[in-house]
Design a protein around this ligand. Structure first.
Ligand code: PMV
Length: 317
């Protein structure tokens, strides 16, 4: 028997970094997925196979995850260990992870993988509710990144377009927009924790300026929620450019990112960094009329692809 589940990656439309200081952000899951396929095997091992590598652990060493060589594999062993323990079995499991999402560039690939693997492994025993999958996926991610907010795993599990802030958590944005984004990869790998630390230093050294920028971000996000409800692409695009400018001011853009945004601006409704910055990806908002030109131009200088909002989240297939 094979148990298959898939979960989407995500983009941040507005509010990254400022969200760390309590301001509302807007994010959505995208129609690029990670699929996990699990099955029992005769050997008493957990074997994980992905395009990034393969890793094997004996069932009786699962309690000591410190020994896992490839750090990104740790959450998957954690998930397998919890499932085996919770279901009182000692059967080996092979997990195959297949991805349409480039890793390490702020598109939520590790969270999507944790959500898909949680649902797939536990599906060998019984299907978990989305709530339970999300909780385990967040714990699994915390084996690598302790301060993880859980935002990516939540949006990957439930899908859709949401706002998020530290005080109120997630709220659905009640509009079903069929937006098209072009995601261009700067190919500069970033470390979210480093960039967040860098912004904290900027804030400490520029308190008044940072407060002013926070107020500007609040306006941008509020206007963006209204524009999403009205499906006003021109307005949304110009708000994205304004948001990019704020991210530039706090120092998280790079020359390459700025050149991508400059190119995208020529034909799209607007563009900005998505996620931590310091490299990673930009998103450009396009429609049927300007999609091809924007894609052709950006393809000359980066790897890119089209993404839409995903409204389904975790799927058992
Ligand atoms: O991991 P990324 O690249 O999607 O960025 C995370 C978003 C930040 O606002 C920069 C950090 C956070 O914890 O919200």
């Amino acid at each position: 028997m094979k148990s298959v589940a898939s979960a989407p990656g995500k983009i941040i439309l507005f509010g990254e970094h400022f969200v760390v200081y309590g301001i509302k952000a807007i994010l959505c899951s995208i129609d690029k997925r990670i699929t996990a396929t699990s099955q029992f095997v005769d050997d008493k091992i957990i074997r994980i196979k992905s395009s990034l590598g393969e890793s094997v652990m004996d069932l009786n060493s699962l309690n000591n995850l410190e020994n896992v060589q490839q750090k990104f594999m740790k959450p998957f062993f954690y998930i397998a260990q919890k499932a085996i323990e919770g279901n009182f079995v000692d059967q080996g499991i092979e997990i195959v992870v297949e991805s349409e999402i480039p890793p390490g560039v702020g598109l939520g690939s590790s969270s999507a993988a944790c959500v898909a693997v949680t649902a797939s492994v536990n599906g060998l025993f019984h299907k978990l509710s989305k709530d339970d999958v999300m909780k385990i996926a967040i714990q699994a991610e915390r084996t690598v990144f302790e301060q993880n907010s859980g935002a990516d795993s939540s949006v990957s599990t439930f899908g859709g377009l949401v706002s998020y802030d530290l005080k109120n958590g997630f709220q659905d944005i009640p509009s079903r927009n069929d937006l098209d984004f072009i995601i261009s990869n700067s190919a500069q790998v970033h470390d979210t924790q480093d960039v967040v630390r860098q912004v904290r230093n900027f804030k400490e050294e520029n308190k008044d300026l940072f407060n002013k920028l926070c107020n500007e971000e609040i306006d941008i996000v509020n206007n963006a929620i209204t524009s999403l409800k009205e499906n006003n692409l021109n307005k949304l695009g110009s708000l994205m450019l304004k948001n990019h400018d704020l991210l530039k001011q706090i120092g998280v853009s790079t020359e390459k990112i700025d050149s991508l945004v400059k190119e995208a601006k020529k034909t799209s409704h607007g563009a900005k960094i998505t996620g931590a910055g310091g490299g990673g990806c930009i998103i450009s908002l396009v429609d049927d009329f300007n999609k091809k030109d924007t894609l052709d131009n950006l393809r000359k200088i980066s790897d890119c692809f089209i993404a839409k909002i995903d409204y389904s989240g975790l799927r058992y297939t």
